[in-house]
Design a protein around this ligand. Structure first.
Ligand SMILES: Nc1nc2c(ncn2[C@@H]2O[C@H](COP(=O)(O)OP(=O)(O)O)[C@@H](O)[C@H]2O)c(=O)[nH]1
Ligand SMILES: [Mg+2]
Length: 292
């Protein structure tokens, strides 16, 4: 994985030896800089001081280990797997521009190349813009996978319903559906998503139905508020963190994980279809605290 210097500041801080008065302050600033959020940074420092006191920690190196542990307590990961002998539907959610459509192609490639799912159908559920439909069609062509789409402005629930029906008729076990991350108002978006959710639920029975939220690592603290909107609207099952190659931050998934209680499944670090990795919390935390 290629992270853009995540944890660089922390590496510098842990680079010198002593734990002096300014150390915790600097550490707190560095955590805020890495986007873990002001409140969460301060709680983390509290917990770290407590651990250091209890365990009689004297060196910065030992403290780095303790920091990894404190952060790791809130980081949940779980692989996104396919339920055998069921119709699997992955609904991909997130605000405009976070990388949903790109992630759909990466996920499709991952399930075919690494999980042996030969047949996958993609659904152009973002009917808001013509370009979004064309983008998915092109990706489908590149992957040699069928794409179910209608004209721009079509009802996304109806497109997704069609996509699922088509998969059932053709015996395709996995459907990955795009959605629009933007509508005229937030209320309209929430209503639309709830409607889509109801349709997929009734069409699948829920066994193989998963809702993933795509989170852009460059968005920073705002992404927690975004995640809460989507989680409240339909209930998110899994998070994919994108654009880890474009930021030296990326710490905000820790508070997102904690507040939502939703695991991270994948991390993306580039624009090509290979740039998707099963989320590895140890590697991620090491990078965040500047160990690798
Ligand atoms: N650097 C980088 N760019 C990405 C990544 N994922 C997506 N993008 C780019 O982000 C832009 C928006 O992606 P798109 O999939 O269209 O976002 P959507 O609006 O959520 O569907 C495109 O230019 C993508 O190539 C990533 O992991 N790293
Ligand atoms: Mg899109």
């Amino acid at each position: 994985m290629a992270f853009a210097g995540l944890g660089k500041r922390l590496r510098e801080i842990f680079g010198s030896r002593e734990i002096d008065g300014k150390f915790y302050e600097e550490l707190e600033d560095a955590l805020i800089e890495a986007d873990v959020g002001v409140r969460y940074a301060s709680e983390t420092i509290e917990a770290l001081r407590e651990t250091a006191r209890k365990e009689g920690i004297r060196t910065r190196e030992e403290l780095r280990g303790a920091l990894t542990e404190v952060l790791g307590k809130n980081l949940i990961s779980a692989e996104l797997t396919i339920v055998p002998d069921a119709l699997n539907v992955i609904l991909v959610l997130g605000v405009n521009g976070v990388g949903k459509t790109t992630t759909i192609a990466k996920l499709a490639r991952h399930f075919r190349a690494n999980r042996g799912v030969e047949r996958i159908l993609l659904v152009a559920g973002d009917t808001f813009r013509a370009a979004a439909i064309d983008q998915l069609k092109i990706l489908g062509q590149r992957l040699d996978m069928p794409v179910v789409a209608q004209d721009p402005g079509a009802d996304p629930g109806a497109v997704i319903f069609d996509g699922i029906s088509s998969a059932v008729a053709r015996g395709i076990p996995l459907v990955i559906a795009d959605t629009a991350g933007r509508l005229h108002t937030r209320d309209a978006l929430v209503k639309e998503l709830a409607k889509i959710d109801k349709i997929v639920m009734s069409r699948t029975g829920g066994a193989g139905y998963r809702k993933i939220l795509v989170v852009d690592a460059t968005t920073g603290q705002n992404s927690l508020a975004q995640a809460e909107v989507f989680h409240k609207a339909v209930g998110i099952d899994s998070i994919v963190l994108t654009k880890m190659d474009s930021t030296a931050k990326g710490g905000m998934v820790v508070p997102i994980c904690r507040e939502l209680g939703v695991p991270i499944s994948f991390l993306a670090d580039g624009e090509t279809l290979d740039d998707l990795h099963v989320f590895d919390p140890v590697l991620y935390l090491k990078s965040l605290v500047g160990e690798s």
